[in-house]
Design a protein around this ligand. Structure first.
Ligand code: UGA
Length: 438
């Protein structure tokens, strides 16, 4: 089949490459000429492990191409996936401007039947809105279907998740449209759920909201762990062994960031508020997440005395490892709070770059872990890149002025760090009076 992907961000490119890999002919459409040129050369515009190789392969083979020409691209394709961004507005609602633009273009350039598939995460009822916009923009009535097919990819694991989805959700009003979408995924060995567009839209939000709640739950338990001398890591391990709970998303830490969880929870709360409904659990999940970094900074400040005037190394800027995505990254929030305490901050990330708005004589980025930690009083780990786990911490200890290690992702072995002479503090990790972990 010939498939058009509107929007060539992380979801659009991964989805396009999946279909190219499954034997389809794919065109990626984006108004950003620079992005289109870069992708056409077989180069990714974002960091995603393994995806660069796949893009290069399919660009060379001619199974994927990129264009800015909306009218020709829409005219020449009967299957169109919308993968545009849906950022948050000030009030928490999803900004559907790009979806609206895509729908208008589809309507304007439709000459024959189109199957329009919504991949972006959108509020319940968006497919109905999409149908309305397409119909209004059509110069003359031409039949089309709109199907919701939410994506469940994780950044950093996008290619694996694309090839092995836990489920494929298809929300359609007509069985024929659902069958068409289902056939596209035929080679994948994953369960398929066929439902209505509204249900599919909510399924996506509910999945992200549940995962975010799981993280806030364990972060809240970690606060209790700190005051009653119980290691949260052991509690999570035991929880995870219960198959009804499952082991994933129970790592206590600085909280969730990224372009999805914070935005999707806000959007869901906004949708509920529009129906005079309060979603108390989600409000609390959001509250725990917003207060997690200030809470940890208070706790760690008690350990070090004061951050004021200290030199602090921050390892890991991106919202999680294996991505350069800084959207809602906990590290950036932490850096801003530290900066307000007149701390000198030295940062490192394997791929992400400190935004220019944060760069100053007070906040500087360095190319190596060693340079970053030199003469620091403390190091704070913000995302669990393997390179930090594998670092030579004995050598790093010798480079530091003082030896506080605040592990915001519980990624290091606290006993080993203490044995090396660090004052080690994790999240919900207990220290005995001798300064050794129990
Ligand atoms: C998330 C979902 O996991 C995907 O299924 C979904 O498709 C995607 O959002 C989306 O809606 O597009 P992603 O944002 O890439 O994926 O990242 P996650 O791996 O879910 O991590 C989100 C945040 O939670 C990160 O900041 C991570 O550090 C944090 N996290 C995760 C924890 O603090 N503890 C955990 O145990 C797990």
């Amino acid at each position: 089949m010939n498939i058009l992907i509107m929007g060539t961000g992380y979801v659009g490119v991964t989805t396009g490459l999946l279909f190219a890999e499954l034997g389809h002919q794919v065109t990626g459409l984006d108004p950003d000429r620079e992005k289109v040129n870069t992708l056409s050369e077989g180069l990714l515009t974002f960091y995603e492990p393994g995806l660069d190789r796949i893009l290069w392969k399919h660009v060379r083979a001619g199974s994927i191409r990129f264009t800015t020409d909306a009218s020709a691209a829409i005219r020449d394709h009967s299957i169109i996936f919308i993968c545009v961004g849906t950022p948050s507005r000030e009030d928490g609602s999803a900004d559907l401007r790009y979806m609206g633009q895509a729908a208008t273009q589809i309507g304007q350039h439709t000459k024959e039947y189109k199957l329009v598939v919504m991949k972006s995460t959108v509020p319940v009822g968006t497919c109905e809105q999409l149908t309305h916009i397409i119909r209004e923009a059509q110069p003359a009535p031409i039949s089309f279907d709109v199907v919701s097919n939410p994506e469940f990819l994780r950044e950093g694991n996008a290619w694996h998740d694309a090839l092995h989805p836990d489920r494929i959700v298809i929300g359609a009003l007509h069985a024929s449209a659902a069958v068409q979408v289902r056939q596209l995924y035929d080679p994948l060995d994953s369960p398929v759920l066929v439902t209505t567009p509204r249900t599919a839209e909510l399924m996506k939000y509910a999945a992200n909201a549940f995962l975010a709640t799981k993280i806030s739950f364990i972060n809240e338990i970690s606060r209790l762990c700190e005051v009653i001398d119980v290691p949260v890591t052991e509690v999570s391990a035991a929880l995870g062994m219960d198959h009804r709970i499952g082991p994933h998303f129970l790592n206590a830490g600085l909280g969730y960031g990224g372009s999805c969880f914070p935005k999707d929870i806000q959007a869901l709360l906004h949708i509920a508020a529009g129906h005079d409904l309060t979603l108390g659990i989600l409000e609390q999940a959001d509250h725990v997440n917003r207060t997690q970094i200030p809470h940890l900074l208070r706790t760690w400040e008690q350990a070090i005395g004061s951050f004021h005037g200290k030199t602090i190394a921050v390892l890991g800027l991106s919202f999680k490892p294996d991505t350069d995505d800084l959207r809602e990254a906990p590290a950036l929030k932490l850096i801003s709070l530290l900066a307000a305490r007149e701390t000198a901050i030295r940062v490192h990330d394997p791929v992400a770059t400190l935004p220019s708005t944060l760069r100053s004589s007070q906040i500087q980025q360095f190319g190596s872990i060693e340079e970053t930690l030199a003469q620091c009083d403390a190091v704070i780990l913000c995302s669990e890149w393997p390179t930090y786990k594998e670092a030579d911490w004995a050598r790093l200890h010798s480079l530091m002025r003082d030896h506080y290690c605040f592990d915001g992702r519980n990624m290091l072995d606290g006993n080993r760090m203490a044995a090396l002479g660090f004052h080690y503090y994790g999240v919900g990790i207990v220290q005995s009076r001798e300064g050794r972990m129990l």
